[in-house]
Design a protein around this ligand. Structure first.
Ligand SMILES: Nc1ncnc2c1ncn2[C@@H]1O[C@H](COP(=O)(O)OP(=O)(O)OP(=O)(O)O)[C@@H](O)[C@H]1O
Length: 325
C-alpha cells in the first residue's frame, strides 16, 4: 500500500539527513535539501561529492541506509512504484542500442512502459518534437553526434511523461552549441510544468539555467537555496558595480570623487574596464543615497548593478581543496 505523507512542505524532493556508506567509505554524510515544484534545481559538487549516489537513492535504484527521502511525498523505501511512475532518470553513463533507429529505440521504451501500438506512435512523435528531433527519427543512433544521442536519451526519459526529471551530468561531453540547445529544451520542459533536478560538477554551467541550487561536498550540503542568493556578496557591506561613460576610452578621473561620497567605504577600479566596485556602509547610506550622490557629482552613469560574487569564487568558498577518489 502506498503511504503518501501529508507532507509538511510541498517539496517535490525532500532529503533529510541522509547518510550512505560503501563499506567503510562515507559517500553521504547527513545530506539534506529540498526541491520545490516546477523548479529547475541544480545539484553541484566536485568529483566524488556524492551526487550520483544521491540521485540513485532519489530514483529508487539504491536504498538509503539512514535518513529520510520523499519524492512527491512518497517514501523511497516503501513506495517505489508510485515514485517510478512519476520520474524520468537519465544516468551519467548510459549505453544505448546504437544499431536501432531513433524511432525504434523510443518505441521500444514506450512498449516497455506498456503503451499500446496506437499510443506509442503519438508518444514517440511528441517526445521527438519536444527534443527537436522530428527530422531524425529514421536515423541510426550510432550515426548521431554525441549531442544528438544525448537528446535521444532525454526523449527516452520523457516517454512516460514524468513530472520530475532527474538528470545526471546531461551536458558532459557536449560542445557549446549542443549544451545551449539542451539547456533551451530543459527550459521548455520547465515551462510545461515539469520539475527538473540536474547534476553537474560545474557551477557556471548551471548558473543561468537554474533558479535554485544545492552545493554538496564530501557527502554534506554546503548550500541549498536560490541561485541569486548564492551569488550575493557575503560581506555585510553591500558592493555595487558602476560603469561610467567614457570619452576616448579614458577611465581615470572619477576615483577620487567616488571615494569622497557619503557612506562609501572603498572604491576599486575594475582593471581594463570603465568600471568601479563601490562598497558602502549600510548604516550611513543605501543604494538610493549612493545613486543620488553620483548624480549630484555629475558622474556619467552608463550602468549600475549590485555586484555579485563570481561563480567560481562561490564554489571554491563552499567546497574543500583536493579531489576525492
Ligand atoms: N558502488 C560503490 N562502491 C564503493 N564506493 C562508491 C560506489 N559508488 C560511489 N562510491 C564512492 O562514493 C563517493 C561518492 O560517489 P558519487 O559517484 O556519488 O560522487 P559524484 O559526486 O557523483 O562524483 P562524480 O562527479 O565524479 O561523478 C565517491 O568517493 C565514490 O568513489
Amino acid at each position: 500500500m502506498s503511504t503518501q505523507s501529508s507532507a509538511k512542505s510541498d517539496a517535490v524532493i525532500n532529503v533529510e539527513n541522509v547518510t550512505h556508506l560503501f563499506k567503510q567509505h562515507r559517500a553521504l554524510d547527513g545530506i539534506s535539501f529540498q526541491v520545490a515544484p516546477k523548479s529547475l534545481h541544480g545539484f553541484v559538487g566536485p568529483n566524488g561529492a556524492g551526487k550520483t549516489t544521491t540521485l540513485k537513492i532519489i530514483c529508487t535504484l539504491l536504498k538509503p541506509q539512514s535518513g529520510r527521502i520523499e519524492v512527491f511525498g512518497y517514501n523511497v523505501r516503501d513506495d517505489v512504484k508510485a515514485i517510478r511512475r512519476r520520474i524520468g532518470y537519465m544516468p551519467d553513463h548510459f549505453s544505448m542500442y546504437k544499431q536501432m533507429t531513433v524511432f525504434e529505440y523510443l518505441d521500444f521504451f514506450a512498449a516497455a512502459y506498456g503503451f499500446s501500438l496506437k499510443d506509442r506512435d503519438r508518444i514517440v512523435a511528441d517526445v521527438l518534437a519536444l527534443t527537436d528531433m522530428d527530422g531524425r527519427k529514421d536515423d541510426l543512433i550510432q550515426g548521431l553526434s554525441r549531442g544528438m544521442q544525448q537528446r535521444v536519451s532525454l526523449a527516452r526519459v520523457l516517454v512516460n511523461d514524468p513530472d520530475l526529471l532527474l538528470l545526471d551530468e546531461p551536458a558532459s561531453g557536449l560542445d557549446p552549441r549542443a549544451r545551449i540547445e539542451l539547456m533551451e529544451i530543459l527550459r521548455e520542459l520547465r515551462r510545461m510544468g515539469k520539475t527538473i533536478f540536474i547534476s553537474s560538477h560545474i557551477l557556471s554551467e548551471l548558473a543561468e539555467l537554474c533558479d535554485s541550487v544545492t552545493i554538496v561536498d564530501r557527502g554534506k550540503t554546503k548550500y541549498s537555496g536560490p541561485m541569486d542568493a548564492l551569488l550575493e556578496t557575503t560581506s555585510e557591506n553591500p558592493v555595487y558595480r558602476l560603469r561610467v561613460e567614457t570619452q576616448n576610452g579614458e577611465v581615470d578621473g572619477y576615483l577620487d570623487t567616488l571615494k569622497t561620497l557619503g557612506g562609501v567605504l572603498s572604491v576599486d577600479p575594475v582593471e581594463g574596464r570603465p568600471e568601479y566596485r563601490i562598497a558602502i556602509d549600510p548604516a550611513r547610506t543605501d543604494v538610493n543615497g549612493l545613486l543620488r550622490n553620483l548624480l549630484d557629482k555629475s558622474i556619467p552613469i552608463a550602468g549600475f548593478s549590485k555586484d555579485q560574487r563570481h561563480l567560481n569564487e562561490a564554489f571554491m568558498d563552499l567546497t574543500e581543496r583536493g579531489v576525492r577518489t
